[in-house]
Design a protein around this ligand. Sequence first.
Ligand SMILES: [Zn+2]
Length: 111
Amino acid sequence: MIKQRETMDICGAEFEVRTRDREVISVKSDSNFGSIDLVEGIVYLNGTMSKPIRDNTLIHEWLHGVGQTYGVDFPEIHICAIASELYRKGFRIETKRVTMPPKASGRNRRS
Ligand SMILES: [Zn+2]
């Protein structure tokens, strides 16, 4: 089966954007709006958010990814403020839909 997934770029690296149909449950979650897993390269979003909140959250998680990539531990309030102001000024994170080829084996996720 051919699957499509949504991706975004963070510092030149492709991250998968996974939208869940429920709250994002994670230790690293941002109040159940979203979270980022830099190791796995995945941004998780709460699928129940409105588009404006989703767009703001994408900027928020992107900022976390940029900071972590460069080894800068931005305080959460800085991330919130910068993301909100970038959103207000019209900044948006571009995402892409990419088609994934079928996997050779359904059991090995890291092949
Ligand atoms: Zn955050």
